[in-house]
Design a protein around this ligand. Structure first.
Ligand SMILES: Cc1ncc(COP(=O)(O)O)c(C=O)c1O
Length: 389
């Protein structure tokens, strides 16, 4: 019998897949809740049934979503832009700064490729990438400090590492960067929606995050935060929606950018994904980001301890100060173990030959215990049963 709180039980009803599977794979792709599906269906139905050119109508949802993103990040809407993907948003930063040959960028050597290639691509402009050494996907502020040089202009890293789940101390790294006049860019896709982040308090200069993982929206949309000091020097790519549109004089070609972060938007946005994000953020903010984070951390702690008790070696750190929703463990038969879990309707992923678990706030303790039992069975070990919460 489950002893879930009424709040958790009500939330789980919005995710019908919880009836049939234990989904611990939010670091790959998040599920769509009932309110998200309803909102997307409504949008598609309008476009199908007659409200076809509903651009103006949708504009209200776009601006409301921008406001909700700002609320989530503890900032104001004038610092928020939308982009087609995390990679595209990071590319906007890479391509928008004025680089000189010999300028340097520091990047942890354990990053997901989306946080590396947009910057390695600047090698053709003579920019040098310095990789920050890591231990099992973790690094200290001192590790970052050691690779900085007088020519370093940018540090770019993930708030939460995609494999180790290591959650970086953004405030300390931002302070280090700013002492030396270096910009700090953060890829937040593996943390946003699971853990709270205030970009103004942390001192991040640029932040990008796709919306299809922990935020539980759709692919094809990323949100982007650009600090005003950075907006002052970051060139926008320019499309046609980077400024106010004069529908009466479209061929006058006056290059006027919005005075805020909307200047980084180029063309028509992915409206379906925006409608999804709007509904997903309303749900997340109503549930309460602090409550969500407490649940994510409690679930990952139980899972981490349980996996260690089963003799599995964690990749990353067990330090609660750097905890996130991701736990990866090493096992020579990671694929076979993932398959054994799949047979019991437990979904995880395998990355770099490691088993990656990524529960979020609607998961239950009972699901974690069932997962640990399934792992124990695969390993031929028995697990003590625990009461579900
Ligand atoms: C850290 C990280 N960054 C970016 C992405 C995805 O990037 P994009 O939104 O460009 O597809 C992923 C996962 O797919 C990721 O784990």
């Amino acid at each position: 019998m489950s002893t879930q709180s009424p709040k958790l039980a009500a939330l789980r009803r919005l995710f019908p897949h919880t009836q049939a599977q234990i989904y611990l794979n939010h670091a790959a792709t998040g599920p769509l809740s009932r309110p998200v599906v309803r909102a997307v269906q409504r949008y598609l139905w309008q476009r199908h049934q007659g409200s076809i050119d509903n651009y103006a109508e949708l504009e209200a949802i776009v601006q409301e979503t921008r406001r909700l993103v700002a609320q989530l990040l503890g900032t104001s809407p004038d610092r928020i832009a939308f982009a087609p993907s995390t990679s595209a948003a990071l590319g906007l930063l890479a391509q928008g700064l004025d680089w000189k040959p010999g300028d340097r960028i520091a990047i942890p050597a354990c990053e997901f490729p989306a946080n590396v290639f947009p910057f390695l691509n600047l090698q053709r402009k003579g920019v040098v990438v310095d990789f920050i050494p890591h231990r099992n996907g973790t690094f200290t502020v001192e590790d970052v400090a050691r690779v900085l040089t007088p020519r370093t202009r940018l540090v770019t890293l993930s708030w939460v590492q995609f494999l180790s789940g290591f959650c970086a101390d953004l405030s300390a790294i931002a302070a280090l960067c700013h002492e030396r006049g270096i910009w700090l860019s953060v890829n937040a896709i593996q943390g946003l929606g699971a853990l709270p982040l205030n970009v103004e308090v942390s001192g991040v200069d640029f932040l990008a995050s796709g919306t299809h993982k922990w935020l539980m929206g759709l692919q094809g949309l990323a949100l982007c935060y650009v600090r005003p000091e950075l907006q002052a020097v970051l060139h926008p790519p320019a499309g046609w929606l980077h400024g106010p549109v004069d529908w009466e004089h479209l061929t006058d070609y006056r290059l006027i950018f919005y005075p805020d972060a909307r200047r980084y938007e180029t063309g028509t946005l992915n409206q379906t994904a925006l409608v999804a994000l709007h509904a997903a953020l309303r749900l997340h903010l109503a549930a309460g980001p602090a409550w969500c984070a407490r649940r994510v951390l409690a679930l990952q702690q139980r899972l981490g301890e349980g996996l260690e008790q089963l003799g599995l070696t964690r990749y990353g750190s067990a330090d609660p100060a750097h905890a996130s929703g991701i736990i990866s463990v090493q096992h020579p038969q990671a694929q076979a173990l993932a398959l054994a879990l799949q047979r019991r309707h437990i979904v995880v992923s395998v990355r770099n030959g490691m088993l990656r678990f990524s529960p979020t706030y609607y998961n239950s303790m009972q699901e974690i215990d069932l997962t640990l039992e399934a792992v124990a069975d695969f390993l031929g070990k028995r697990k003590r049963s625990r009461n579900a919460k």
